[in-house]
Design a binder for this molecule. Structure first.
Ligand SMILES: Nc1ncnc2c1ncn2[C@@H]1O[C@H](COP(=O)(O)OP(=O)(O)OP(=O)(O)O)[C@@H](O)[C@H]1O
Ligand SMILES: [Mg+2]
Length: 245
């Protein structure tokens, strides 16, 4: 399959902190790629770099086979192909429907089409009864559904999900996981990257998984190998739930 995302020797430093060290890997179209690892390991940093929200300190990023630099003119066009659910949800101080419509409006969609797509999305995610509610007043689970809908509503080819179903009841977890599976099934050129602390979710959803530890990629393996016979002792310890400190 063709590469969707490629990191070449990517590092990210925040002053003295090295959040990511020389990360190189490729995610192909059609994959649901998982990133797991301890808190502070650098998982969200990878997603922010791929979403072009932050530039690497060193190294390069390719999207769909082309180099792209954050904050460049081309980055804006590339970002339109990407949808991201942030670990800490940020919503506009507007209605739920407006939050969804806004991301289509800035992409130049016409009003009738926006109304139609927003309506369908609200129904799909069980948020129709909340369409006029200020998004800031939603419950945690409603907010996560809104954030998912907002990330996927413009038909991106790459979906980046940072703890998109954390702290949710099983029904809502299933609802969101089904949305991801439907997203990837609809088009073989689509790609999903999931950052999760939930090993069961990684096992259910991901075709390949990376373990990141203290800013370094320790191991990348397909699902079966990752969980059943990993090469690195740290992977075995991590998936086995052993103490890592
Ligand atoms: N803007 C920033 N300024 C300074 N340090 C940062 C910044 N963003 C991240 N870091 C640091 O970089 C490291 C990696 O952060 P990151 O958010 O990628 O971790 P994570 O693996 O997503 O953790 P968690 O599972 O807790 O979400 C952490 O030590 C964090 O404190
Ligand atoms: Mg994080």
């Amino acid at each position: 399959m063709k590469p969707a995302i490629c990191l070449e020797g990517v590092s990210k430093k925040y002053d003295q902190i090295v959040a990511l060290r020389d990360a190189s890997f490729t995610v192909s179209k059609g994959e649901v790629f998982g990133i797991v690892g301890p808190s502070g390991a650098g998982k969200s940093t990878i997603l922010r770099i791929v979403d072009l929200l932050e530039a690497p300190t060193e190294g390069k990023l390719l999207i769909d086979g082309q180099y792209v630099v954050a904050n460049s003119v081309r980055a804006e066009a590339v970002r339109r192909k990407i949808g991201m659910v942030l670990q800490k949800p940020v919503v506009l101080n507007r209605s739920v429907a407006n939050n969804l419509g806004y991301s289509l409006m800035i992409r130049g969609w016409n009003e009738d089409r926006i109304a139609e797509v927003v309506d369908a999305e609200l129904r799909r995610l069980g948020l129709n009864g909340r369409r006029k509610t200020n998004a800031r007043n939603l419950s945690g689970g409603e907010m996560q559904r809104l954030c998912f809908a907002r990330a996927a509503i413009h038909d991106p080819s790459i979906l980046l999900l940072d703890e998109f179903a954390a702290n949710l009841d099983p029904t809502n977890v299933a609802l969101l996981e089904n949305q991801v599976q439907e997203f990837i099934r609809k088009d073989p050129n689509r790609t999903v990257v999931i950052v999760t602390h939930n090993m069961f979710q990684a096992k259910r959803m991901c075709t390949r998984i990376a373990l990141i530890w203290d800013g370094e990629i320790v191991e990348i393996a397909d699902r079966k190998k990752f969980f059943e016979s990993p090469d690195d002792a740290r992977t075995a310890a991590f998936v086995g739930g052993e103490s890592i400190y």
